[in-house]
Design a protein around this ligand. Structure first.
Ligand code: NAP
Length: 346
């Protein structure tokens, strides 16, 4: 049976990636879209072949053809939209960052569990074949004892001092309350942090961050670097920025027996190569550029998670951990101190 999808909000991400990925994914139908504005919902539905356009979220969630909702609203609204969808009995794939507060993340996990619906978070890097190869090798002990992890996701426009402010429906990206108290961290940093957690396979215990923001004069940073200490002693460094036109969006994990290195894999498109070199293994995974590859895989994985009654590639708890790390990063950048994580058990 095809899975009936609905999308919340009609911004760039659903227009360029989510709706086209649903169209290409196996056994998936885009049934409906919700916008605050009826005209925008209708234009989006027509462009992407959805049967229904709604300007009422309640009405969309009443549509029995909708099985799963892809939440693509501004960050601070993810919780409200997820909770409404879950309480209507719909499965939810929520875009990253899952929420802007810890309380919201906890209720999202709890309510989805109580309602018996799946909750996934849009950490599409978990579906990249090179990352999956790296994780399997690490789990199999090919790198020995892990020591150091490094990851970076930056971008920028050559010759521009900084990113231009957003306008129209996109102004929320520059509003601390709506984006969640961090800028480049909320944009791409959370992906890099989640990838480190995914590959290292352990939880973060401490965060120390330095940014060019998190001050009264500049609340939102455009450059963030952070060190993360993991259980078992692995240390990671993560960098994200909107000021790096020529950013090398790579990762490396070093262990006592070797290393795995990804080149240009931290991106929206599925691309780049991952090379693993250890005592007796040399493996390379090269990914031809495929703009929608990770998003199609994310949509298909979520469908299989429902069918097989298992967790999706990135779970609600994975989303919650990224929120904890992000809030610690903001606090550390503000206070100039290392923040120890007190993980919430849900
Ligand atoms: N996984 C990824 O790689 C990735 C990439 C990009 C973005 N994202 C995530 O996807 C989400 C959407 O990003 P985007 O790039 O699509 O954003 P966007 O282009 O700024 O669009 C956001 C949409 O939200 C709605 N909206 C804006 N302000 C609102 C407000 N005050 N109240 C209610 N709704 C409002 C608008 O849709 P309507 O006018 O139709 O209601 C707007 O078009 C974000 O959470 C972002 O972090 C993920």
């Amino acid at each position: 049976m095809p899975l009936g999808w609905a999308i919340v909000s009609t911004g760039f991400h659903p227009d360029l990636k989510v709706a086209p990925a649903i169209a290409e994914a196996r056994d998936s139908d885009l049934v409906a879209v919700y916008s605050r504005d009826r005209g925008r919902a209708e234009a989006f539905a027509e462009k992407h072949g959805a049967s229904a356009a709604y300007d009422s979220l309640v009405a969309m969630l009443d549509d029995s053809r909708v099985d799963a909702v892809f939440v693509c609203s501004p960050n601070s609204l993810h919780a409200e939209h997820t909770l409404q969808a879950a309480r209507s009995g719909k499965h939810v794939l929520c875009e990253k960052p899952m929420s802007t507060t810890l309380d919201d993340a906890v209720s999202m996990v709890r309510v989805c569990r109580k309602q018996g619906v799946k909750l996934g978070v849009g950490y599409h890097l978990r579906t990249h074949p090179g990352h999956l190869m790296a994780r399997r090798a690490i789990e199999d002990g090919v790198l020995g004892r892990l020591v150091l992890a490094q990851g970076q996701w930056g971008f920028g426009v050559r010759g521009q001092e900084g990113p231009p402010p957003r306008s129209g429906n996109r102004v929320w990206w520059d509003q601390p309350e709506m984006i969640g108290g961090a800028s480049t961290m909320m944009g791409t940093g959370v992906h890099a942090v989640d990838l480190m957690r995914f590959l290292v396979g352990r939880e973060v215990t401490e965060v120390n961050a330095m940014t060019d923001g998190q001050t009264d004069q500049q609340p939102l940073e455009q450059l963030a670097t952070m060190s993360l200490r993991f259980e078992g002693g692995v240390i990671a460094t993560v960098t994200c920025s909107r000021l790096l036109p020529d950013s090398r969006n790579d990762f490396t994990i070093y262990g006592s027996l070797g290393r795995v290195r990804g080149e240009a894999t931290l991106w929206e498109a599925r691309q780049g190569r991952v090379e693993l070199v250890s005592e007796d293994v040399h493996r390379t995974e090269v990914c031809p550029d495929q703009y929608l590859g990770n998003f199609i895989a994310e949509v298909e994985d979520f469908h299989r998670a429902i069918e097989e009654d298992r967790e999706p590639a990135a779970t609600g708890v994975d989303g919650l951990r990224a929120v904890e790390i992000t809030l610690a990063m903001i606090e550390s950048a503000r206070n100039g101190q290392t923040v120890k994580l007190d993980r919430v058990e849900v």
